[in-house]
Design a protein around this ligand. Structure first.
Ligand code: ITT
Length: 185
């Protein structure tokens, strides 16, 4: 089966591929982009984008909206993660948390999967904490400063396969795979 993933982000694409290709799903990247509405909900952003792309990409396809939510910052950057990463980056987040001992945070992933006009949503969440300094040069975005619960490594120190064991995206992609293979939502 061939499946398209609408994303500009090569890192996301590689992580999805590591789960889907071993089960016989060939993944193709569609990187022409789509508009992202301003909303405080990842699900709203993903659903709007799915509606926009429905008649532009051959189904089945999916897209994913993700974000990093930091407890001490009341969930910031959340839906603004892309902008915050591009502006202040990992260093800016470390600076904001400089004197902060409460370092809890989580990533969320919301997938919108489109099959014959139907939109299905799959979610994943990964709890963890913000490291004291950047570690590792693998992955993308905030990976070098995020340590998932259950590991001492940052995502930046993990190969995609290991990150997938813990990550928000690993969880949402596995739910998508389960649905495609067994028809279970
Ligand atoms: P799309 O083309 O798929 O939208 P994007 O990079 O803009 O790619 P998102 O809007 O979903 O992706 O994600 C917003 C930002 O959140 C992203 O640019 C990263 O900085 C950060 N982020 C999301 N998932 C992450 C992950 O698994 N590891 C590290 N940072 C992540």
């Amino acid at each position: 089966m061939k499946l398209r993933f609408a994303t500009h982000n090569k890192g996301k694409f590689m992580e999805a591929k590591a789960i889907l290709e071993p089960i016989g799903i060939t993944l193709e990247q569609y990187d022409k982009g789509y508009p992202e509405i301003q909303s405080t909900s990842l699900e709203d952003v993903a659903t709007y984008a799915a509606d926009f792309l429905k008649d532009k990409i051959e189904s089945p396809f999916f897209l994913e909206d993700a974000g990093l939510f930091i407890d001490a910052l009341k969930g910031f950057p959340g839906v603004y993660s892309a902008y915050v990463f591009a502006s202040i980056g990992c260093e800016g987040i470390l600076k904001l948390l400089e004197d902060c001992t409460e370092r809890g945070a989580h990533f969320e992933s919301v997938i919108a999967y489109i099959e014959n006009e139907d939109v299905k949503i799959f979610k994943g969440r990964c709890k963890g904490k913000i490291a004291m300094e950047k570690r590792g040069n693998k992955g993308f975005g905030f990976d070098p400063i995020f340590i998932p619960n259950g590991s001492n490594k940052t995502f930046g120190e993990m190969e995609p396969e290991e990150k997938n064991v813990y990550s928000h995206r690993g969880k949402s992609i596995r739910k998508l795979a389960e649905y495609i293979v067994n028809g279970l939502a």
